[in-house]
Design a protein around this ligand. Structure first.
Ligand SMILES: [Fe+2]
Length: 362
């Protein structure tokens, strides 16, 4: 035992654990009924110090100096933290980075399976975690069809457009999506403080000529940029640029990094939308190098090696991670038929929650 912690002998050798952490991790810290933490580490009169500890069955039992009770910490938890730095998570699945030829491998699950079965919910949310995209088929052709699907995965996340939005030609459009023109590759709503996590696009009707849907894995493009031009990657991953969403009654503004990375430098997502990009406000001298990197990344997102292209079919709903999957649309001939997509969002944490629950029951 040391001043602030102890070396615990585990299967892969001794591992250091802090006393505060061990006291907090006691199984009695969590109330079995509410499943919330009922032990408050700030209520300890002094820093926790053990007087003794021993292995008992599958627990590490610790007696504390200033307390009458002893703690039991699960050995399984100690092993997981020793191996990975944190408790294991069934939703921490390895990501599958994909390219333009991914279409034959895209996951398809019927709406009835998602709404009615744990296996269906697990299959859809697993695909969203691993691939970032999936197609829900056989959607009921009703107004309630989309809300019914989304609520099987998570609560609808509101946006500046409200709870639901319609993508079709409008007389006075508030967004280029609501015209028949082409829509360049983008992620949705970068002007919001935190753009919604998971997007649903239900194709209700599509009889027009053209208007193919375009999707790519932003992680694949960002990783390719890192390999081909590391300086450009660093610029896009280091600096925030301004986005907006502006019309008669709304004026959203926010700054985002085009390439999002975690503390280890791994790509976690992308944010891009030229039609919602405000005038750059980085120092003008920095723009001398930032703009060429930005242009290069946008051009890469138009390359066939990354872009998956298909026609949205009525009755299908494409579901995708709005922080990872970049989407767009080819232009179409408005007079050639009708094209109507209905969309909404939910939260990525809600989606992962559904995977944890559904995958354990399925
Ligand atoms: Fe969009």
């Amino acid at each position: 035992m040391q001043d602030n912690g102890v070396l615990v002998p585990l299967s892969n050798g001794p591992k250091y654990f802090n006393y505060y952490w061990l006291r907090d991790a006691s199984i009695a810290s969590i109330d079995p009924q509410t499943r919330e933490r009922i032990f408050d580490v700030s209520h300890l009169p002094t820093a926790p110090r053990p007087t003794g500890m021993a292995f008992k069955n599958d627990m590490l039992v610790i007696d504390w100096e200033a307390e009458d009770t002893s703690s039991e910490v699960s050995l399984a938890l100690l092993e997981q933290v020793a191996a990975n730095g944190r408790a294991s998570d069934v939703a921490a699945l390895e990501r599958n980075v994909w390219y333009g030829n991914f279409l034959p491998n895209i996951s398809k699950v019927s709406q009835a399976e998602v709404i009615g079965t744990d296996a269906g919910r697990a299959a859809l949310t697993r695909a969203l975690i691993v691939d970032g995209i999936a197609i829900v088929t056989d959607m009921e052709p009703t107004e309630e069809s989309l809300p019914n699907l989304v609520e099987a995965i998570g609560p609808v996340t509101p946006s500046g457009e409200g709870l639901f939005f319609n993508v079709r030609v409008e007389i006075n459009p508030t967004n280029l999506a609501f015209t028949a023109g082409p829509l360049e590759m983008h992620t949705d709503l970068p002007g919001e403080e935190a753009a919604p996590g998971v997007q649903f696009l239900h194709c209700i009707e599509n009889t027009v000529d053209g208007g193919a849907s375009l999707f790519l894995d932003g992680v694949a493009v960002a990783m390719a940029l890192k390999a081909e031009d590391p300086e450009a990657f660093d610029l896009l991953a280091s600096h925030k640029i301004p986005f907006f969403y502006r019309h008669d009654k709304i004026d959203y503004r926010s700054h985002q990094r085009v390439i999002e990375t975690d503390q280890d430098g791994n790509v976690t997502g992308v944010t891009i939308s030229q039609h919602l990009q405000d005038n750059m406000d980085l120092p003008q001298e920095l723009l001398d190098v930032y703009y060429p990197a930005f242009v290069k990344f946008i051009r890469m997102m138009q390359e066939d090696r990354f872009v998956m292209k298909f026609r949205s079919e009525a009755g299908n709903c494409v579901v995708f991670d709005n922080h990872r999957i970049v989407h767009g649309r080819e232009g179409y001939v408005a007079e050639s038929g009708s094209r109507h997509l209905r969309g909404c969002y939910t939260d990525r944490a809600a989606m992962r929650s559904t995977y944890r629950i559904a995958s354990q029951k399925a």
